[in-house]
Design a protein around this ligand. Structure first.
Ligand code: SAM
Ligand code: SF4
Length: 335
């Protein structure tokens, strides 16, 4: 009914937001080349980060406006003290149907049994850009490949749905694209290749070649007959399956942005900035609004108003930026 519709997060293009991506920290234990400089990024003072209590409240209000799924990311979510406790806390929100997590997997293997026990935790996205130790270390600038690979194996065997995120980096791992596809033969895993974006703390990297969606698909097809499969409308990836393979392969056109039309998501950064799009430069600081004593009804009103400003797509969001081209680290936004 009319009244109910007014209490839903629907943008000016009629898109309903039912998914929120929350970055629980800007800190990270790795230094991936495409995400941040070798010396890391300037992290926010601890007091500027949202507390778990504040996050819980923001999410509760969002779920009362129709959000049903959350993805927790960062930085590295498991770096934040008592992140697992926060997962337990979030599980109490009866309006939340799914809690998904994106992690680099370097410190989580011991938590897997606990994660499996939490009903709402359905999907884990594990970032792994190379299957070769030396190369992996070069990309992440840390020596953690064995631990991440162990995590991969453990998650594959677990009851959790596993997706692997592979950022395609010319000069580093394009030769491994087919190896990752081969991994789907015997593993029940969704491998997703992501176009690299200039969110790395300094802007567009020097690149010898442009590996976009089309190029990645061509590379897959040099060795595999990958057939398109149907994906959920709001899926960020176009998905494929090779006959006889247990897992699937997807490509995320993160930079060429051909998926924006069906966007169903909003974002909240570690310092509480509300974002309508990955490519905007932040539309409102909810943390200050909360700390100044806003009520839940005021928060609701605010969210309903903010989503009306959601741009049609990531190109328009980028053009509207006040602070110039994108160059901030993914770690401060929440990838
Ligand atoms: N630390 C966790 C991890 O690496 O999975 C979660 C945060 S990370 C920012 C989330 C995802 O964004 C990762 O899969 C990462 O590979 C991806 N990412 C980071 N920087 C990127 C960039 N410049 N272009 C494309 N993807 C990027
Ligand atoms: Fe850390 Fe993830 Fe960024 Fe790598 S991609 S530096 S693991 S936040």
């Amino acid at each position: 009914n009319q009244l109910n519709m007014q209490q839903q997060l629907i943008d000016s293009f009629g898109r309903q937001m039912d998914y929120v991506r929350l970055a629980v920290t800007d800190r990270c234990n790795l230094r991936c080349q495409y995400c941040m400089p070798a010396h890391g990024i300037e992290i926010a003072p601890r007091a500027d980060l949202l507390t778990f209590k504040e996050m819980y409240r923001i999410i509760r209000v969002l779920t009362e406006l129709g959000v049903t799924k959350i993805r927790l990311t960062g930085g590295e979510p498991f770096v934040r003290k008592d992140f697992v406790g926060f997962l337990e806390m979030l599980s109490f929100n009866d309006l939340l149907e799914a809690i998904n997590i994106t992690t680099n997997g370097a410190m989580i293997s011991k938590h897997i049994p606990v994660l499996e026990k939490m009903d709402k935790i359905k999907h884990i996205n594990l970032s792994i850009d190379s299957l070769q130790k030396e190369k992996f270390n070069k990309i992440t600038r840390r020596d953690v490949f064995p631990e991440v690979y162990e995590t991969f194996k453990a998650l594959e065997k677990s009851s959790l749905n596993l997706k692997l995120n592979v950022v395609v980096q010319p000069g580093f791992n394009t030769d491994e694209i087919v190896d990752f596809v081969a991994l789907t033969k015997n593993n029940n895993v969704a491998v997703r290749f992501i176009e690299e974006m200039p969110f790395n703390g300094k802007g567009q990297r020097e690149m010898k070649e442009n590996w976009n969606y089309t190029r990645i698909l061509e590379e897959i097809k040099t060795k595999f007959d990958a057939k398109p499969i149907v994906s959920e409308k709001s899926s960020t990836s176009k998905n494929f399956r090779v006959d006889g393979h247990k897992g699937t392969v997807g490509i995320i056109p993160a930079f060429t942005r051909t998926i924006c039309g069906d966007c169903n998501r909003i974002r909240i950064t570690p310092i509480g900035t509300f974002k309508n799009c990955l490519f905007d430069d932040g539309v409102f600081n909810i943390r200050d609004f909360l700390r100044n004593g806003a009520s839940n009804d005021q928060l609701k009103e605010l969210f309903l108003k903010l989503v009306k400003e959601k741009p049609a797509n990531g190109f328009i969001a980028e053009a509207n930026r006040k602070e110039g081209n994108v160059s901030e680290s993914m770690s401060t936004i929440g990838g």
